[in-house]
Structure formats: C-alpha cells, structure tokens
Design a protein around this ligand. Sequence first.
Ligand SMILES: *Cc1c(COP(=O)(O)O)cnc(C)c1O
Length: 376
Amino acid sequence: MHEMTKPIYVTQPSLPPLSEFIPYLEKIWKSKILTNKGPFHEQLEEELCNYLGVKYISLFCNGTVALITALQALNISGEVITTPFSFVASTHALWWNNIQPVFVDIEPDNFTLDPSRIEAAITPKTTAILPVHVYGNPCKVNDIQNIADTYGLKVIYDACHTFGVKINDIPILNFGDLSVMSFHATKVFNTFEGGAIICHDQAMKKRIDNLKNFGFAGETTVVAPGINAKMNEFQAALGILQLKTIDSVIERRKQLTEIYRQELHGVDGISYLDDTINTKHCYSYFPILINEEIVGKSRDEVYNELKKNDINGRRYFYPLISQFPTYRGLDSSKPENLPVAEKVTKQVICLPIYPDLTFDQVKKCVKVLKQFKDQK
Ligand SMILES: *Cc1c(COP(=O)(O)O)cnc(C)c1O
C-alpha cells in the first residue's frame, strides 16, 4: 500500500528490533527467574533512577495498580482533591480505596489542576491532592505544595503522561510525596504494560516494595495487606532495551510537534499548546482545541472528518471523569463547578503522534483541518 493511503493511528507503540530482545529472553529461559525482583527488574530500577533523576523507584505491573498502591502506602482516606480532566484510572484509584473524589477545575493554559481553586474544596475530611501532569504538562507544583503544607495534605502526582519531564532542570517526579508512572503500550516509554511509583526515601521505598508483594517483608513476615503488583522479568527486560532509544523517541516526538505547530500556526479557530518556559517536555500528546464558532464545525464533526480521511484522532479526555455514571452524582461533578474542564472536553482532539509517523502524514492531518476554513 502507498504510504499516504495507510490509516494514520492516534498512536503506535515504539518497539526495539525483535532480534535485540531475543538474547534477553534466552537469559530469562536459562536463569528461570521470571519475576519477584529478578535481575532485569533490579537493573531497570537502577537505570530508570539514573535516567529520570530520582532517588527511588518501585516498578509495577501497570500504572493503575501503582496508583491504588500509592494511596495505600500513604494511608490516604476520606476525601481527595483531583482533576476531572484525565484518564479515568486516576479517579478509579481513589474509588478502589474507598476515598471520595472531589473534583476541582483545571487551568485554561495547560489543562492541569488549578491551584487557585483547591482551597475552596478543602474540608475537614480532605487528606490529599491527586493532580495529573496531563499530556505531560507540569502542574503548578510549587503552588500545590504550598497549599498542601498549609493544610497538612499529602500530594500524589499522576505522572502517567510524563517521561523525563523537567522544570528548571529539576525532574518533575521529584515534587509531591509520590509520583506514579505508566509504561502502558500507548505511553512514551512502554514495557507492554507496566508502571512505577517514585518516592524520596528508603523507608517509603521499602513499604511500597512490600505492598506490591502481598505485604511480605521476609519469608514469614507479612507487614501489611498488600497486593500482587510486581513487574515481571519479561517487562523489565523490554524496559531496559526501550531505555536505550528513549532519547531519540522523545526527539522525534518533538520534531513532529514542531511541524504540527508550524503548520497550524495562524489557522483561525484551532489552538494548540506551546512549550512552557524552562521546561523539558516529552511530547506525549498533541491536543488541539476546536472553536466551533470560528471553524464552523463542531469538534465531533472535525473528528469524523479526520476519520473519513483515515486519520484517527482521539477525543481525549471526553467525557470528563466527573460525567461517568459512578461519579456524576457527586456535588463536585456539577458542570458549574468545572467550567474550564467542561469547555475543553467539548473542544479537544488529540492528533496522531508517535515516532513512526512521517512529516507528510502530519501535513495530511493539518490539510484536513485547514479545509474547514475554506468551506465556511
Ligand atoms: C495510562 C494512564 C493511567 C493508567 O495506567 P495503566 O498503566 O494503563 O494502568 C492512569 N492515569 C493516566 C493519566 C494515564 O494516562
């Protein structure tokens, strides 16, 4: 098939050549160590600490169970303040811990939790804040920490969209009490499925390591009601290989982002985010907002038109988490409490972005988007 006629996906996983993975598999088959802190698991933890610039990391089977475990590790209960503009798992993790989510609106300029609205949502039951570095955009970490310090709250960042993001050369993962990552197939760095918790001291690392292994602290000692959330050797080995090429993966995503921005610059009614100053981004997504009044088409019409052209964008994040049946009855889910999120969720489309996407394919996407103006 000619390249231009192949469907364009919203994302495609990066994978190393299979031949490079085979020697790792041979080692696993030979050692017969498949999981439980195997050699690849330990190696990947060390290499990720170095790459990400963090002190302690604990690998997990996926990001969702890592989030659930992070809340357990800090004994979070009662109410937790979070964003409705995220993947549904960030709130599900609260629900699985019997915690009441309290939704607070997002910033119009980068779609992360708006610190200026947090204080009004704090009650005597509030124990923590769970913000999301959505699309890899750093939250206003200093403002959030100030509020947390004032009210004695913990901060757990959902960092599932970030990999290697830094502000002023400081890794974003070093803010808050804990940060949680996902290495799912669709993320910038993938181990098929996988995840991690980042923490800042050895005692917490030990607690998290115990919790992810049924609470075992020794052969016959169970110190907490843990779960099975371990990363296996197959995933860890793949992670070691993926880490070797991650810089070029992020660089390629940056180039694609820059082409999108160049091509979409000045197109009325379609807006995108620019890089934040002093920030190293990871370019995990390329969200655009469709202003229906100017473009003359609704977001869904634009989305469907892309589809007709074999381009798969994604309405990400739509609906808001606060609109799913489990959560929509909550007081904080009322649309009038979340005006920015309600507006963004109706306008947003994430455009295709992944290393194998070509510049021509990016231009094809933009061409479809630009045609609406001429039709008007
Ligand atoms: C992917 C993702 C998760 C869940 O991670 P899994 O590894 O798929 O379980 C949680 N939160 C956000 C924001 C995500 O994007």
